[in-house]
Design a protein around this ligand. Sequence first.
Ligand SMILES: Cc1ncc(C[n+]2csc(CCOP(=O)(O)OP(=O)(O)O)c2C)c(N)n1
Length: 672
Amino acid sequence: MNSGLDHRSLGLGDEQVIEMYRLMLITRRVDDRMFALQRQGRAAFVLGSSGHEAVQVSSVFALDKERDWILPYYRDMGVALAWGFTPLEVFLAVFAKRDDPSSGGRQLPSHWSDPDRNVFTQSSVIGTQFPHAAGIAHGLKMKGEGAVAVVYGGEGATSEGDWHEAMNWAGIHDLPLICVIENNRYAISVPIHEEVAGQVADRARGYGFPGHRIDGNDPFQVLETMQEAVARARSGAGPTLIEADTYRYYAHTSDDNDALYRSREEVERWRKKDPVARLKQYLIESRLLTEAHESSIDEDVVRVLAEAVAEAEASPNPDEPTARVYARVIEPGPAVTEPEPAPEGETVNMITAINKALHEIFERHDDAVLFGEDVARRKGGVFKATEGLTDKFGAERCFNTPIAESSIIGCAIGMSATGYRVLPEIQFADYIHPAFDQIVSEASRVSYRSNGRWNVPIVIRTPYGAGIHGAQYHSQSIESFYAHVPGLKVVIPSTPADVKGLLHTAFEDPDPVMFLEPKKLYRLAKGPFPPGEHLVPLGKAAIRHAGTDLTIIAYGAMAHFAMEAVPILEELDISAEVIDLRSLKPLDWATIEASVKKTSRALVLHEDNEFLGYGAEIAAQIADKTFEWLDAPVKRYGLPDVPLMPYAGSLENKLYPTPESIVERAQELAKY
Ligand SMILES: Cc1ncc(C[n+]2csc(CCOP(=O)(O)OP(=O)(O)O)c2C)c(N)n1
């Protein structure tokens, strides 16, 4: 080895170093087999790892499979095999079979996942795994059992914001995280000098922890560096970044033509540093292996792979395309036809209700953790929703985050994988957009893409909506972006009692729930806060007022205003029924249907833009399913195509619905 290291000085026995070689060889042979199958048309798409075997296999030798966690990326065949994925499991994924443990055929091959082996599910999105890894490492640190998380990625991935946010988070909290970057010099066709400014390893310094650049084709140098990083992480000293120089021999994927961007000579130069050949030579020179022994290992590998291919190819295909979108499917209940009896309890406003409900959750559940911007001790949230949590329950359970929304959600996803139930707060819904990817590409898809083996029990709380002169970036309605996404649940309370009931239910739910708080109501809406157990089921609307002439379907602040419109309409001899949806996803269709069949007129109301707003879905379903009962076209009252919301009161007041403008729309509908 160029490093001059030998296996015994690293604590490896003779058998272990031969096993390391066998794993590197099988990794190489798997690639050859996969690409051959793809060329034969038996596999649709494959990704190679050839060239990366030393960093992948050897890094695992520093870990404890019983307690450590890994997040391999799509190129990490060697990590997966060394961690214990079998060749059969590899080819079940290659053939997209039902029994593929990672995704049951729902993801591309080489997207490793297995809760039984502490391997968190991966997507194809470059970089999103790093906040998950930081969140997992954070959870492991809180458990205090000395476990370590290792996350892998390419050098291209270090350009993503998620990578930087995760490294910053890991540095702030001294997390037991090791980030292994397999620098193969290309991100598809883009060479490193067009992708990375400076040196990857040097970036660690900016986040306050060590970074090492090593020869990734030297398994012993990899192992030595990993051992040091593992010792550092277990001792509580914090993260390490390892940049391992290497090269991939196949094209980026089976769809790529690498002749377009690199020369044959360059590939040949790197073939001379072939990690598999290097370890073989070391073993032969150290007299641990003879050519004959090596041939028998190789023959055995080839036989094992042939058997795995045959068994995997013959195994059943998956056949449940709509299953496991959610960890818990909310079954539709019977229609609600009457207002609920008024709850009893101390009268509070909405923000106090949120604060009290959070305190109750923290009191009852030791696994509850909340983080976000300004949520902790000194401020307790910009609206005071989280006041007192840090003082009462400790800085481990309620803490401030950097202003980095993607990592707020990504770390919540990761921490939840280690057994905590996390309530990440996004300070304003207007600032949730940087986390869209983590919510939509990650949290919402984890159950489906892992075939139900992982779930994300997080509650994302955020204030939304206008009417407070918050201008363009403190007024947005975001519900329709998220209600559109399979795998998410979306709720919006409009009373203090519903705040409590929905927050407890959302917390108990095993899926990601968006808990959108109409901030216009924070201090405006007052009502009883029921003591003791009080749950509002997801997917159940409330009739706020019973009526006979028309149905107003609303939620959030608009449900509140619709109720203020009711007595004005009564004076005009119009009896309005008001439905407060509370739960946008799942939707309580039965309650809407029963009401519209009774009144034959429907007005759907929200403070979001009308075009493709949430009301479009409700209006479409009413038109589709209750057409024969309607006496008038379904009407929507949303906002015009204007970025919400202009600052000037004279402008906002013209756009924002009021009880009076709701009355106008209702009158027109009643007259039709
Ligand atoms: C966010 C995102 N952007 C673009 C892509 C398309 N894409 C897939 S792999 C890849 C290159 C990744 O390069 P690197 O991180 O260096 O890893 P390597 O494939 O070289 O191992 C790109 C651009 C993606 N999957 N995700």
